[in-house]
Design a protein around this ligand. Structure first.
Ligand code: PBG
Length: 339
């Protein structure tokens, strides 16, 4: 008894700094909230296929599907209605070859979708991913020389694809192949093709990550041998990530992207201090798949966990978030604003 009395006597009160003062009501919390999300900063990835009225659900990304052009336009209409900022297009061609030649086909799914979306004139930014992995039969992001990807030969094909997408109406092209010099190659080719106004969002710091699994299922782009560690970054290296961004900025990237998002928050913090260009983060397929799987089992609340992850990404420094949650998150924000 005596001992407890002595111990509690010594418990001090906190003094004037009481941080709970501003947490007392929802209105106070809202007033002092430092990081706010807006649907305008979300970009939704869309997978486009050929044909009409086709929608092939993607198993590991519930609510997402490979869409024919008409369906993609309908989806984009909904996204625009929700105030989502933009769409990022990925194409899945009917046939693949060694050199991924269909990436630059003006009749391919991405250019066709871009033309239709441009025609629809929605208040959405039209962005197109530029890579060969969806178009090569071996699933690597460039042309092979033996069992390695030939950097400089690949640049030519990436540049051709970027020009085809700009011709079709892309306002932003996003090179994601992690070839050295890809930003400069695209900038040069775009300028020469009269597309000086087309912006480049560089997948600058893109790690060789285990979190791209569902995407590869969706795009049928799993490498048939080896992995991507010969060109994508080692996620262990923060200084190298800054160098990747430095080089891309110097080559003329208009937007720098970090990917995956949740495993690269430290990189966003560093990049924000260092670069005066808009920063984007890609909350990749595996990040969302984890959340979906846990929510399905009742282990996590989907909405709360989703908003929390997105808020952390923006708090770390991303102004733009590419996310499969774009539509849901826009709806969640609307719901909360109405409350
Ligand atoms: C293409 C590309 C990939 C992703 C975006 N662009 C796949 C990869 O690098 O294997 C992954 C996106 C995601 O997982 O959502 N190179």
């Amino acid at each position: 008894m005596g001992r407890i009395a002595t111990a509690t006597d010594r418990v001090t009160t906190p003094g004037p700094e009481r941080l709970r003062r501003l947490r007392r009501t929802a209105a106070l919390r809202s007033l002092v909230r430092q990081t706010r999300l807006s649907p305008a900063q979300f970009v939704m990835p869309l997978f486009v296929i050929s044909g009409k009225d086709r929608s092939e659900p993607i198993n590991s990304l519930p609510g997402h599907a490979r869409l024919s052009v008409d369906r993609a336009v309908a989806r984009a209409r909904e996204l625009a209605q929700l105030g989502v900022g933009g769409v990022l297009l990925f194409g899945i061609p009917d046939s693949k070859d060694d050199e991924g030649t269909s990436a630059a086909d003006p009749q391919g799914p991405v250019p066709a979708a871009l033309r239709a979306l441009k025609q629809a004139d929605l208040p959405l930014v039209l962005a197109a991913d530029v890579c060969l992995c969806e178009y090569t039969s071996h699933g690597h992001c460039g042309i092979l020389a033996g069992r390695e990807v030939d950097n400089d030969a690949t640049l030519i094909l990436l540049a051709e694809a970027a020009v085809a997408y700009a011709d079709a109406g892309a306002q932003i092209v996003g090179p994601s192949a992690m070839m050295d010099g890809q930003v400069a190659a695209l900038r040069g080719a775009l300028d020469a093709a009269d597309h000086a106004g087309t912006a480049i969002m560089a997948y600058a710091s893109k790690a060789a990550s285990a979190f791209y699994g569902p995407f590869r299922e969706a795009a049928g782009s799993t490498p048939s041998f080896g992995d991507r560690r010969g060109y994508q970054m080692d996620y262990s290296n923060a200084r190298e990530a800054m160098r990747e961004m430095e080089v891309d900025a110097r080559e003329g990237a208009d937007i720098l992207m970090v990917k995956p998002a949740l495993t690269s928050l430290d990189l966003l913090v560093r990049a924000q201090k260092r670069f005066d260009v808009p920063l984007a983060a890609y909350q990749v397929s595996g990040e969302v798949a984890m959340l979906e799987a846990a929510a399905e089992r009742g282990w996590l609340d989907r909405k709360s966990a989703g908003i929390e992850a997105l808020t952390a990404i923006v708090r770390a420094g991303a102004g733009i978030v590419i996310t499969y949650l774009a539509a849901d998150a826009a709806r969640w924000l609307q719901e909360d604003a109405a409350r």
